[in-house]
Design a protein around this ligand. Structure first.
Ligand code: PHE
Length: 469
């Protein structure tokens, strides 16, 4: 075995900022508000919070534990404990590739909107929706922004753990927090903002269906960066004296508070200006500039600040996705970091271009009934992550020794983890069952049946053939 020292985080704060940086991203600020908006608001939010705070946090503790125990990224971590489980890690790497198939596209939109805030986007509020539509469907501009965004990822990840990812997170995360709080304060002090808060916090379960539960579960995994080996990989760089359950708690609370903060930043203003909450994926890009346009010249500044925050959040997440692939190539294939980053990044350039073009030029091209962008999005968010999280729970509950887990989570008995028995029972019985029920309920009611069967098929094929990877 090679003796090279594994890279590690430079400090505790650095790790928390990086892990929270991974969790807090487009999922919180772009996806969470529109998911809440189109799934009835408060009821979705309550279900989401329960999933995040019970299932999410437990799975995160599990990912940290397995990553740090094995000192290996996703594939190697599973494989070194039980060869038959290699596929669960491979599924994670595949998920990272697929999420990176659409994530940089939205990251590119966000970066473009920083500039657009200053170049007249807000001067004609009535045209903002059309401008967005024209922008994302054109063939050059969004592709260029996507490439710029992806290039930033490649540069950061090529610099390694402590030098690149950690440094970026430490500066950018606190900035994001401050910016969001500023916008939220502006939003709730608008006249008529109360209706938005009511929409967010007053439960109305009349629109809840099987789809709502699956959407909330997928959102919880996506937002917390779980179910695809990302937190496992970050955990593998964590030193042995860190308290894993505490860190998982902090990261989860930070992530959910940013999602709620994004909701508080957007919905009160949205209602104050008499707009519709169910705008879909364009919510942030269409409604937010529209809101700011009504504020005169100060609005330009708020809009730019908002899109800087969105870009920053996206970047600290996408670097973690790229890192999952890179860490696999380094750990299992023995590649040097730089070679791994450029190869994985190169493939992502191709998927990113295709995905961006699928909004316009290639919109007629369908994979199993959906465009390329949606293909990557739905497959990961609705199938791979939830199943990945369930696999991790089953793996931990039934294939890892209980003593080993207890040892890892208490740092060899030096720190207390009072909830160990509850956590263990959740992983062993409750989470696999809960995810199964939610997945079955959601999958049978989903429109894209072909895509579902394909996704499940991929997992089965991986389970059968990926032992050698
Ligand atoms: N959690 C990130 C977000 O909310 C996305 C992500 C998913 C990052 C999975 C890493 C792994 O935007």
């Amino acid at each position: 075995m090679e003796k090279k020292q594994r890279e590690s985080w430079g400090s505790r704060m650095g790790f928390i900022m990086a892990a929270a940086g991974s969790a807090v991203g487009l999922g919180n600020i772009w996806r969470f508000p529109y998911m809440a908006g189109s799934n009835g608001g408060s009821a979705f939010i309550i279900i989401y919070l329960v999933f995040a705070l019970v299932i999410g946090i437990s799975v995160m503790v599990g990912e940290f534990a397995i990553g740090r125990r094995t000192q290996l990224a996703a594939v190697g971590a599973y494989k070194s404990i039980n060869k038959n489980w290699t596929f669960a890690g491979v599924l994670g790497v595949l998920s990272a590739f697929f999420i990176m198939g659409f994530y940089p596209v939205v990251g590119g939109w966000a970066s473009a909107y920083i500039l657009k805030s200053f170049t007249g986007l807000l001067s004609n509020p009535a045209a903002i929706g059309d401008v967005f539509g024209a922008f994302i469907t054109s063939s050059v501009e969004p592709v260029v922004w996507m490439l710029i965004f992806l290039a930033a990822n490649i540069l950061i990840v090529a610099k390694g753990i402590a030098g690149g990812i950690e440094k970026a997170g430490k500066i950018l995360m606190p900035t994001l927090f401050a910016l969001l709080i500023l916008i939220a304060i502006r939003s709730i002090t608008l006249p008529g903002a109360g209706a938005g808060l009511e929409f967010l916090f007053k439960p109305d379960f009349s629109e809840v269906t099987g789809q709502t539960f699956l959407a909330a579960l997928g959102q919880a995994f996506f937002s917390l960066s779980l179910g695809m080996g990302c937190m496992m990989t970050y955990g593998s760089y964590l030193n042995k004296s860190e308290n894993l359950p505490n860190n998982a708690l902090i990261v989860t609370l930070l992530d959910t508070s940013v999602a709620l903060l994004a909701g508080i930043a957007i919905f009160p203003a949205l209602f104050a200006f008499g707009m519709e909450p169910a705008q879909g994926a364009g919510l942030v890009f269409v409604v937010v500039p529209q809101i700011f346009a009504e504020m005169g010249s100060l609005g330009v500044v708020f809009s730019a600040i908002f899109f800087i925050a969105l870009t920053v959040a996206a970047l600290t997440s996408s670097v973690s996705l790229l890192e999952v692939v890179v860490a696999y190539l380094m750990d299992q294939r023995g590649w040097a970091r730089v070679k791994a980053v450029y190869t994985a990044g190169g493939i992502m350039v191709v998927t990113g271009i295709l995905s961006s073009l699928s909004m316009g030029t290639l919109s007629g091209f369908k994979l199993l009934g959906v465009g390329i962008f949606d293909f990557f999005d739905i497959l990961t968010d609705k199938i791979f992550l939830a199943i990945g999280g369930m696999l991790l729970a089953i793996f931990i509950g039934w294939f890892v020794k209980r003593e080993d887990l207890e040892d890892e989570l208490t740092n060899g008995g030096t720190v207390k983890f009072g909830l160990f028995n509850i956590w263990y029972a959740l992983m062993k019985f409750v989470i696999p069952l809960a995810v199964l029920v939610v997945a079955v309920m959601g999958i049978i009611s989903i429109e894209q049946t072909g895509l579902m069967i394909f996704g499940l098929g991929v997992i089965v094929v991986l389970a059968l053939f990926s032992k050698k990877l």
